[in-house]
Design a binder for this molecule. Sequence first.
Ligand code: HEC
Ligand code: HEC
Length: 323
Amino acid sequence: MKRFSFYIVPALILLVLIVFLVITVRAQANAGPLPQTDETIIRGARLYDNWYALLETQPRAGDMPLWTTQTTNTRSGAETWRCVTCHGWDYQGKDGAFGSGSNYTGFPGVYQTQVSDLSGAITGRLDPQHDFSPYLSGEDVDALVAFIKNGTIDDNQFIDLVSRKVLNGDLANGKAKYENTCVKCHGEDGAAMVFRMEGQNVTLGTLAVTDPWRFLHRTRFGTAAAPDMPIGRSLGWSAQDGRDVLYYAQTFPSGLPSGKETPSLGGREATPVVQPGGPAQGFWGGLLTAFGAMATSLGFALLLGVVLVGLIFLLVWIARGKK
Ligand code: HEC
Ligand code: HEC
C-alpha cells in the first residue's frame, strides 16, 4: 500500500498539473490579444472581397444558386460567388451603393444584420442555397463572422451618394498618410499602377471617384492581388483616416491613363497571390509572428509548470524521506 501511494501521489499531481497547463494555455490563447482579432477581421474582409482568390481555389462552374433569383444584374460565373457581388462594398446591399445601377441585385446587406446565427447564414443552415461550407473552413467562416460583426463600417454618412465625394474630410491628413505609405507604389498622382474595373484599366484616382467604397475596403484590409500593400487596419488607421486618404485620392487626375500600364498587374484575377496571415509579410515574417505569439502565451504557463514540477519533486523527496 505504501509503495502504491508512493507512485499514485506524484502521478495524480502530474495529472492535475497537465490539466492545469492545458487550461492555462487555452485561456491565454482565447484571451485574444487585439492584434489577433485584427488579423481575423482582416482575413474575413479579404474573404468577403474574394474568397476563391484568397484560398486559391474556384467555385463550381456556373452561377451561385441564389443568383438566378434576380434578373437585373447580368454578371455571371465565378464573380457571382463573391460575397461583395451580392452584399456590396459598403456592406449594405440594396440599401446602399448597390441600390441602383449595374450592380443592383435587390439582395440585402450584411451591415448590422438582424440575423443572429451568422455562421449558419453563411453555411446554409438558414437557407440551403446560401451554403459556402464546401469551400470555407470553420476558421474562414469565423473570420467572416468576425469581419461582419466588428470590421464593417458605415461610411455612407460621410460620402455624398450622388457626387461620391467625401464629406468633411481632412485633406492634410490624407495627403500626409498617402505620401508616407502609398506614394512609393501608386505614385504622386495615383497613376503609377492601373487596375481592372468593369473591363477597363483605371488609376487610383478613377477608383476613388467611381467606387469610393471599394477603395476604402481595400485600403483598410488589402486585397489578394496586393500581398505587399500596407493594410490600414494593421497600421492602426481610424475609419476617418481611411476616408481622409480617399478624399486626397479624389483630387488626383482621373480618367483613363495613357501608356502607363503595368503589364504584370493587368491580369491580376488570373494570378492571385495568397497572403493569409494578415499583417505579417511573407513566409518568414509569418513564422516569426507565430512563434512570437506562441512564446508569449506559453511563457506564463511554462513558468507555472516549472514551479509545479519543483513542487512535485519536493513532495516525492519528502515521501521518500518518511519511508
Ligand atoms: C448570389 C448572391 C449572394 C452571395 C454570393 C452571397 N450572399 Fe449572403 N445573402 C444573399 C441573400 C439573397 C441573402 C438573404 C437570405 C437568403 O436568401 O439566404 C443573404 C444573406 C446573408 C446573410 C444574412 C444576413 C441577413 O440579414 O439575411 C449573411 C450574414 C450573408 N448573406 C453573408 C454572406 C457571406 C459572408 C458571403 C460570402 C461568403 C455571402 N453572403 C455571399 C445573397 C448572397
Ligand atoms: C508595396 C506597394 C504598394 C503600396 C505601398 C500600396 N499599394 Fe495599393 N496596391 C498595390 C498593388 C500591387 C495593388 C494591386 C494591383 C492590382 O489589382 O492589379 C494595389 C491595389 C490597391 C487598391 C485596390 C484597387 C482595386 O483594384 O480595387 C487600392 C484601393 C489601393 N491599392 C490603395 C492603396 C493605398 C491607399 C495605399 C497607401 C496606404 C497603398 N495602396 C499602398 C501595391 C501597393
